[in-house]
Design a protein around this ligand. Structure first.
Ligand code: KIV
Length: 291
């Protein structure tokens, strides 16, 4: 049976009674959501239990982000996150989804240093994460990554690209800053987005990009769903770091984060409120962005 033919009982994560079957989220389902304008709700997850609860709350896509370096390991950036850590957390999340008969689409980040050397190195790293249970890998950057994306996609690995603020290159960027503010960097970003779609990227995270620019890119990309984080409401979907939106953060939360625990009775309700707000377009709201 193919993934797209499987169904899972909604709420199975906590052994709840079967309410309605929820079809597994697949690449074609994501493409349909993008085409029909249904917003895609994505959250990070790093362990089995949170993955199962997020799935039960209706999250469409789970991202084993290399933000686990900060969230789980107490690092101050994603630069030192290892391939072994990504494999370990991807396996845990995949196991949690399997045990819960989950339906969310599972994406894992290729960490810094695991894809920069060559296309072959990138493919080997991607295969490691796919064999750990990921259904798609994410890598950061435009320009030189386009050839790598094409190489991996042609060999059967779905790819999510990531433009704008790319945290793995924070030192080269000079800090966690909004990207694409001036005309030339906006044009470069838009050109990279187009080239990544042509190379076969099925998804594109846009991080800390002016809302008008991310909306323009979204309108232009029919075959690649944009997922925004600090990029306004015009993208095809939204992603947040789960701990940030639950209001548990070692530092100061970014300006674009909303705490969904405020006013919620518990974690699953907060996650459901997030999904609902992404779907109905009430998250993000305009005053969460000053760019
Ligand atoms: O690592 C991560 O969590 C991410 C998202 C925040 C986009 O890349």
């Amino acid at each position: 049976m193919s993934i797209s033919e499987t169904t899972a009982p909604y709420g199975a994560a906590r052994g709840a009674a079967v309410a309605a079957p929820r079809k597994a989220v697949t690449l074609s389902r994501l493409a349909d959501m993008h085409a029909s304008g249904e917003k895609i709700a994505m959250l990070t997850a790093y362990d089995a239990t949170f993955a199962a609860v997020a799935d039960a709350a209706g999250v469409d896509c789970l991202l084993v982000g290399d933000s686990l370096g900060m969230v789980c390991q107490g690092l101050d950036s994603t630069v030192a996150v290892s391939m072994e850590a990504m494999r370990h957390h991807t396996e845990s999340v995949a196991r949690g989804l399997r045990r819960a008969q989950g339906t969310a689409w599972l994406i894992a980040d290729l960490p810094f240093g695991s894809y920069q050397e060559s296309r072959e190195q990138a493919l080997r790293s991607a295969i490691t994460l796919m064999q750990a249970g990921a259904q798609m890998v994410k890598l950061e950057g435009g320009g030189w990554t386009i050839d790598t994306v094409r190489f991996i996609v042609e060999r059967g690995v779905p790819v999510c690209a990531h433009l704008g603020l790319t945290p793995q290159t924070v030192h080269a960027l000079g800090g966690y800053k909004v990207q694409g503010r001036d005309d030339s960097s906006a044009a470069r970003l838009q050109g990279d987005a187009r080239a990544l779609q042509d190379a076969g990227a099925a998804m594109l995270v846009l991080e800390m990009v002016p809302a008008a620019l991310s909306a323009r890119i979204t309108d232009e990309l029919a075959r690649c769903a944009t997922i925004g984080i600090g990029a306004g409401r015009g993208t095809a979907g939204q992603v947040l770091v789960m701990h940030d939106m639950l209001g548990i953060n070692l530092g100061k939360p970014a300006k674009f984060v909303r705490n969904f625990m405020a006013g919620s009775d518990g974690i699953e309700q907060a996650l459901r409120a997030y999904v609902q707000s992404v779907k109905d377009g009430t998250f993000p709201d305009d005053n969460l962005h000053a760019w």
